[in-house]
Write a protein that binds this ligand. Structure first.
Ligand code: C2E
Ligand code: MG
Ligand code: MG
Ligand code: MG
Length: 289
């Protein structure tokens, strides 16, 4: 049933709560082994500029197949990693690996912004900004090609410290996006207060476009607000051309979703982009900067 699309996170979350302690310990142990044994992978989902029809970025998404537990979805293992604190070393690996990948694309002349999901525990740990600064200075990646996807829940914790960290990140040159926008404890005041560059409209507001009038209205309102505040706006979970057309007409800057492609292995992204003629030319990014 269409109405359930994209609202599955809540179901996963509830299911998560029911996973018993022993299972959580098992998963935690398996994750720690996997990190040591190079068992995690990143896949990359293209982000397309609606004005130029070019791939201008990619979101790094974690994948994990355990030898005995099988393939486990991020929505199942990330909450456990957040609960046990393992998200900190795991998130460090994700950032370093995605910086390496973006650097590799950049050295092939591909002007792609790398979007990376950051968890609250990772963002608020001491030394987060310093570590990132170090990884960026050890890389030839232009810091402006790295975008951190933060959730609203990150921003409402410890507001003064959060603001200082966001400012320090902006000083490094990285871009900041709010992920799953509209699903958190939305205090619109932080849009004014925090140095955010981009809003990501949550998939749950996209998947029932054009049938659900409320979702159409919410998506349009977010786009208009982003335009008025001079923020870029991307819609996630775009699955068909009707949604694409609706978002384009509403003035949305970028889309991401199965309509373009699900996330791809790193070596598949460049051939995919070349094949569909969407390869981000350096000028496409330069115009948006
Ligand atoms: P997210 O950051 O909102 O990522 C978007 C999710 O929607 C991804 O699920 C992606 O595969 C999926 N998706 C993309 N396009 C479509 C579409 O058209 N239709 C549908 N139905 N789904 C689409 P995935 O990869 O399972 O990740 C789920 C969540 O896990 C992510 O949501 C993010 O919150 C978290 N996650 C994934 N990788 C990382 C990571 O490296 N670090 C952290 N902290 N969280 C991560
Ligand atoms: Mg994300
Ligand atoms: Mg999201
Ligand atoms: Mg999400």
């Amino acid at each position: 049933h269409a109405k359930e699309c994209g609202r599955g996170d809540f179901r996963f979350y509830r299911r998560q709560m029911n996973i018993d302690l022993l299972t959580r310990m098992k998963v935690d142990h398996a994750m720690r082994e996997a990190l040591k044994a190079d068992g995690f992978r990143l896949v990359y989902q293209p982000q397309v500029d609606l004005r130029t029809d070019r791939i201008v970025g990619a979101e790094a998404l974690l994948r994990w197949t355990d030898p005995s537990l099988g393939t486990i979805a991020p929505s199942d293992f990330i909450p456990i990693a957040e609960e046990t604190g393992f998200i900190v070393p795991l998130g460090d690996w994700v950032l370093q690996e995605s910086i390496r990948q973006a650097e590799a694309w950049q050295s092939r002349g591909l002007a792609l912004t790398m979007s990376v999901n950051v968890s609250a525990a990772q963002f608020h740990r001491s030394g987060f900004v310093e570590s990132l600064a170090q990884w960026l200075s050890g890389s030839t990646l232009a810091p402006g090609r790295l975008e951190l996807e933060l959730t609203e829940s990150i921003l409402i914790q410890n507001v003064e410290d959060t603001l200082a960290r966001l400012d320090a990140l902006v000083d490094l040159g990285v871009r900041l996006a709010i992920d799953d926008f509209g699903t958190g404890y939305s205090s619109l005041a932080y849009l004014k207060r925090f140095p955010i560059h981009k809003l990501k409209i949550d998939r749950s507001f996209v998947c029932d476009i054009p049938d659900d009038q409320s979702d159409c209205a919410i998506a349009t309102a977010i786009i208009n607000m982003a335009l008025a505040l001079n923020l870029r706006v991307i819609a996630e979970g775009v699955e068909n051309t009707i949604q694409r057309r609706f978002l384009m007409d509403a003035g949305c800057d970028e889309i991401q979703g199965y309509l373009i492609t699900p996330a791809l292995a790193p070596e598949a992204l460049v051939p995919f982009a070349e094949q569909i003629g969407l390869l981000g030319a350096p000028s496409a990014l330069d115009r948006s900067e």
